[in-house]
Design a protein around this ligand. Structure first.
Ligand code: PFF
Length: 444
C-alpha cells in the first residue's frame, strides 16, 4: 500500500475507467480508424476489426491490467517483479520505446487539431466550404513546416504539463469532466451526417460486407488498429493497471473501456463516411481524410461555427488524454527504475520526443511510416509477447487470481486462458508470418 501511495494512484474506480478510456479514445478513433477503414474497403475491414477487438484485444487488455495491478509497477519493473532474473523486462523496454515513437507522430496530428481549433475560433468554419477549399485549409496547416512544428511543440508542452503533475491531479481530472461531453457532441455530428442527402451510400460502405475483400493486408491493418485504439501492446494499460488498487473490481471496468472505445470508433465512421459520400469524396484519401471531410458538415449544422470550435477543442482534449498515457509510460520508467524526479524526466523526455517528431511534421510519408511500424507492428509484436508472458511464464492461474482479487472474477476465465496461451499468439504469429512472406501463397 505504501508503495502505491508514493507512486500515485487513481482516486476511484470511475477515475480509473475514465482515465483508461481517455487513453484508449483519441485520434486513433476519430482520425486513424476512419482513414484506415477507408483504405481497406470499409465494411470488410470493420468486420475484421470487431472480431479482433473481441477475440484478441479484449483478452490482451485483461492481461495487461493484471500484470500492472499485480506488480504495481510500470512495464519494465512489472516484468522484472513477476519474473525476476529473466529477459522478460525487455518486453517492457520495447513498450517504452514504442510509446516514445508513437508519441512522436501522434503529437504532430494532435497539433493539427489545435490548428483547426484556432481556425474554428476565428470563425473559419461558419460558412460553406467546398471540397477544394477544405483540402487547401488542410494543406495550409499540415503542409506548412513552421506551423506544423510549432503546433507539435505546443501539444507536447500541454501533455508535459499534465504528466508533470502526476496521476491523480492531472490525468484523472482531465478525463472525468470532458469525455462525456465529447461523446454527446459526436452523437450530434453523426445524426447530422447520416441525414445528409446521399448519406446512404456511406452507410452501405460501412456495413455492406463483401467477404472477398478480406485480404491479409486488411487483417493486419485491422488487428494493428485494434491494438492501437485500445492502447495495447506497449504497456500503457500495464501502467494504468499499476495505479489501480487491489480491491477494485477489474473485469467490468475493462469491458466498459473496450466498449466505449469501440462505440466511439464506429461513431466516427458514422460521421465521416455518410458525409464523405454525400460530398462525392474518395474514401481511400489517407491521413487527411477526417480533417478534409469534417468542415463540410459543420456549416450544415445550426451554429456550425460554435459547434466546430467545440468539436476541435474536445478532439484536442481526447488526443491529450491519449498523449498523456503515452508520455506517462516513458516517464514512469525513468521515475520508477532510475529514481529520476518526475518533473525533470517529463521535460527531458518531452524535448527528446519533439526532436523525433520534427521529421513527421515535415514529411507526411515519414509520419505514415512511423504509424505503420510502431502503431501496427511494434504494438502487435508487443501484444504477442505479453500473451506469451502471461500464458507461459507468469501463468494464467496467477493472472486470474489477480483479476479476481477485487471480488469479481473474470467471466469465462478458462476460455480467456486458452486464448492467451494458444489462440491469440497463434493468430498473431500466423498474421505476421503471412506479412513477411513465410506462408507460401499468402500475399501481403
Ligand atoms: N489509443 C490511442 C488512440 O486511439 O488515440 C492511442 C494510443 C495511446 C496508443 C496509448 C497506444 C497507447 F499506449
Amino acid at each position: 500500500m505504501a508503495a502505491t501511495s508514493k507512486r500515485g494512484a487513481f482516486g476511484s474506480r470511475l477515475g480509473f475507467i475514465l482515465a483508461a478510456a481517455g487513453s484508449a479514445i483519441g485520434l486513433g478513433n476519430i482520425w486513424r480508424f476512419p482513414y484506415t477503414a477507408g483504405q481497406h474497403g470499409g465494411a470488410a475491414f470493420i468486420l475484421v476489426y470487431l472480431i479482433c477487438v473481441v477475440v484478441i484485444c479484449l483478452p490482451v487488455l485483461f492481461a495487461e491490467l493484471a500484470i500492472g495491478r499485480a506488480s504495481q509497477m510500470s512495464p519494465v519493473g512489472a516484468f522484472a517483479r513477476l519474473a525476476p532474473r529473466s529477459p522478460w523486462p525487455l518486453v517492457g523496454a520495447l513498450g517504452v520505446i514504442t510509446g516514445f515513437a508513437i508519441l512522436a507522430f501522434y503529437a504532430v496530428v494532435a497539433g493539427w487539431t489545435l490548428g483547426y481549433l484556432g481556425r474554428a475560433l476565428v470563425g473559419r468554419f461558419a460558412g460553406a466550404m467546398t471540397h477544394d477549399q477544405s483540402v487547401a485549409a488542410f494543406d495550409a496547416i499540415s503542409g506548412a513546416p513552421v506551423v506544423s512544428i510549432a503546433l507539435t511543440a505546443l501539444f507536447l508542452t500541454l501533455t508535459a504539463l499534465v504528466v508533470r503533475s502526476g496521476v491523480q491531479g492531472g490525468i484523472e481530472m482531465a478525463s472525468k469532466i470532458l469525455m462525456p461531453v465529447f461523446f454527446v457532441l459526436l452523437v450530434g455530428l453523426a445524426v447530422r451526417s447520416m441525414t445528409l442527402p446521399g448519406a446512404s451510400e456511406g452507410l452501405r460502405f460501412l456495413f455492406h460486407v463483401d467477404l472477398s475483400k478480406i485480404t491479409l493486408s486488411v487483417v493486419v491493418g485491422a488487428l494493428g488498429q485494434a491494438f492501437f485504439s485500445l492502447s495495447l501492446g506497449m504497456g500503457a494499460m500495464i501502467t494504468y493497471g499499476s495505479y489501480l488498487s487491489h480491491d477494485e473490481r477489474l473485469p467490468g471496468a475493462a469491458f466498459s473501456v473496450a466498449a466505449a472505445d469501440t462505440a466511439i470508433a464506429l461513431l466516427a465512421g458514422l460521421i465521416i463516411f455518410p458525409a464523405l459520400f454525400a460530398a462525392g469524396g474518395d474514401p481511400s484519401g489517407g491521413p487527411g481524410l477526417v480533417f478534409v471531410v469534417l468542415p463540410s458538415i459543420f456549416h450544415q449544422l445550426p451554429l456550425g461555427g460554435v459547434f466546430a470550435a467545440a468539436f476541435y477543442a474536445l478532439l484536442a482534449i481526447a488526443a491529450l488524454t491519449s498523449t498523456i498515457s503515452l508520455l506517462e509510460v516513458v516517464v514512469s520508467y525513468f521515475v520508477d527504475e532510475k529514481g529520476w524526479s518526475r518533473e525533470r524526466t517529463t521535460w527531458l523526455v518531452t524535448f527528446a520526443c519533439f526532436l523525433l517528431a520534427v521529421p513527421s511534421a515535415l514529411w507526411g510519408s515519414f509520419l505514415d511510416w512511423q504509424s505503420v511500424i510502431f502503431g501496427n507492428y511494434a504494438l502487435t509484436i508487443g501484444a504477442l509477447l505479453i500473451c506469451l508472458f502471461v500464458g507461459w511464464k507468469w501463468g494464467v492461474g496467477s493472472a486470474l487470481a489477480e483479476i479476481a482479487r477485487g471480488g469479481a472474477p473474470l467471466p469465462l476465465g478458462r476460455v480467456w486462458g486458452l486464448i492467451v496461451r494458444f489462440l491469440a499468439p497463434l493468430a498473431i504469429i500466423v498474421i505476421l508470418a503471412g506479412v513477411v512472406g513465410l506462408i507460401p501463397g499468402v500475399e501481403f
